[in-house]
Design a binder for this molecule. Structure first.
Ligand code: C2E
Ligand code: CA
Ligand code: CA
Ligand code: CA
Length: 284
């Protein structure tokens, strides 16, 4: 900012400007990007803490932008959410990852069924086609509903009324798992959990981060222990995100968590990588 002759004016922050242009540019480029097939999915394994076996994967979308290279979802999901493009984009992610899950199932008959977790954004939740699109995709692919888990963030369900929960309840009744994602970041009323049609809690990465120092903060451990016991008493399975070290994995296993996900096991990667990990694990 510069002050001249009493006329105060501010220089635009060039970086903020670049960000704004990019935001705008990205937003307008989104629909064509979907048509041109510039999105792709990486898969990150979900590992059973008890025996270390790969049980499935979470689908994480990326955008191979012709000028900017690979963009992570944090760069464009909020924009797609804002414009509504998230509905067709989310449908594509679901269809593509369900198709991929069928490929794994065919190649893995003896390794046990691999599950697929797909993120749902708030706008998809309120979209009237959610249930019919999902049923349609499952039926056309032949994937059993029990192999699909839809992840919904805690914040999307805070204060949710019955209209919002109805589609999730329908999907849940069909056998689709519903996970409460980023659990612990909102301030959800724990008692409220009973009302929600969820059967998996995904403990947010902030909890695992708190356990990174050694020895871990005893208060953090108590909190995780409390959440796990509450979840189990409500028949919810607990998945932990952001596991980066073997020590964390061991501690989380001792605390009773069921499934883990994180760089310690594998970074998100192409579908064949998941296949290899699951196979290595099944053969020894
Ligand atoms: P999320 O659902 O919480 O996904 C987990 C994020 O944590 C992913 O980031 C993953 O790459 C990252 N992660 C996994 N393990 C570790 C670890 O050990 N350490 C650290 N530091 N990070 C780890 P990513 O892929 O950038 O995705 C960010 C968010 O974008 C996701 O958070 C999810 O909310 C959203 N997202 C991704 N794909 C989709 C999608 O298809 N639809 C919607 N609506 N949202 C999506
Ligand atoms: Ca997720
Ligand atoms: Ca999460
Ligand atoms: Ca998260």
């Amino acid at each position: 900012a510069k002050s001249a002759g009493g006329n105060r004016y501010e220089l635009a922050d060039p970086e903020a400007d670049a960000r704004a242009i990019t935001r705008h540019g990205l937003t307008t480029a989104l629909p064509a990007a979907l048509d041109r097939g510039e999105f792709f999915i990486e898969y990150q394994p979900l590992v059973h803490l008890g025996d270390g076996s790969v049980r499935g994967a979470e689908a994480l979308v990326r955008w191979l932008h012709p000028q900017h290279g690979v963009l992570g979802p944090d760069r464009f999901i909020p924009l797609a959410e804002h414009t509504g493009l998230i509905v067709p984009l989310g449908r594509w992610v679901l269809e593509e990852s369900v198709r991929q899950a069928c490929v794994w199932q065919d190649r893995h008959e003896d390794a046990g069924p691999l599950r697929i977790n797909v993120n749902l954004s708030p706008k998809q939740l309120t979209h009237p086609g959610l249930v019919s699109d999902t049923v349609d995709i499952l039926e056309r692919s032949g994937l059993e509903p029990g192999a699909l888990c839809l992840e919904v963030t805690e914040s999307a369900l805070i204060g949710a009324d019955d209209d919002l929960l109805k589609p999730l309840r329908r999907l849940s009744e069909m056998g689709v798992d519903i996970a409460l994602d980023d659990f612990g970041t909102g301030y959800s009323n724990l008692a409220n959990l009973r009302r929600l049609p969820v059967n998996v809690l995904k403990l947010d990465r902030s909890f695992t981060q708190g356990m990174q120092q050694f020895p871990a903060d005893p208060v953090d451990l108590k909190i995780v222990e409390g959440i796990v016991s509450l979840a189990h008493s409500l028949d919810l399975a607990v998945t932990v995100e952001g596991v980066e070290t073997g020590a964390q994995a061991e501690q989380l296993r001792e605390l009773g968590c069921d499934t883990a996900q994180g760089w310690y096991y594998a970074r998100p990667g192409p579908p064949d990588r998941l296949h290899e990990l699951a196979l290595a694990d099944a053969t020894g």
